[in-house]
Design a protein around this ligand. Sequence first.
Ligand SMILES: NC(=O)c1ccc[n+]([C@@H]2O[C@H](COP(=O)([O-])OP(=O)(O)OC[C@H]3O[C@@H](n4cnc5c(N)ncnc54)[C@H](O)[C@@H]3O)[C@@H](O)[C@H]2O)c1
Length: 245
Amino acid sequence: MSKVAIITGASSGIGAAAAKSFHAQGYSVVLAGRDADRLNDVAKSLIGAVTWTGDITASEACDQLVAFALSQFGRLDVLINCAGVIHRYTAEETTDDQWHNTMGVNLNAPFFLSRAAIPHMKQEGGVILNIASDWGLQGGQLAAAYCASKGGLVLMTRAMALDHAKDKIRINAICPGDVDTPMLKIESQQRGIDYDSAMIENNADSPTGRITLPDEVAALCVYLASDVAAQITGTAIPIDGGNTA
Ligand SMILES: NC(=O)c1ccc[n+]([C@@H]2O[C@H](COP(=O)([O-])OP(=O)(O)OC[C@H]3O[C@@H](n4cnc5c(N)ncnc54)[C@H](O)[C@@H]3O)[C@@H](O)[C@H]2O)c1
């Protein structure tokens, strides 16, 4: 029986790349997101993939997503908390809605989904991967809410990993630097700067001279979910061309 992975934020960027990579590894994949059309666009080339549409900021929705995966495939092996949002403003510019949206998607949803998934992973073990950020390890300008959410996600990862190591559930955070996804377009819009100029700046800022590709983050997810990574839990691994070095 193939292993089963839930991937949130699967309609674009890193989540879509992870869905394709896990499918290629033989996983049954559950693609979760808010937009059914965009999810179906990703899922149509992945034979056997299923989609779930909803807003994961509500704990009830997270319970439903896990129940849906179990109803479709009867088991759950991997949860990838990839959905995320960013609002590039200072604290004084950030609205209540932007703060709550950031916490809701980036921190609350990984908590609610992990809480729902863990009981179903206890028998055979499992893996939870939280897509955090290098801005969960260090501060960034115009990102107080985002850094708070991702820093919280990194420490939540470490704490949960300690609690569930004996259950054979491994929990790790992945901390990308800039990745070539729609999120960078959103950021340049929020900062009021031209996207092409932002990309030149982002590439130049990286010690390797380029930003990271979604497939490179997906490959790290596949590795961390595999049995050869059995001793890796409670970590926060940068994938950022050396930015946090
Ligand atoms: N792109 C980068 O430079 C970068 C850097 C570090 C970390 N990250 C993190 O990587 C993850 C994936 O982002 P990405 O770069 O692929 O960008 P993206 O914008 O392509 O993906 C984010 C996804 O989250 C989904 N989402 C947002 N709110 C949601 C909600 N309420 N319910 C369900 N889904 C929701 C969006 O629809 C989208 O598909 C995010 O957690 C992001 O913070 C990205």
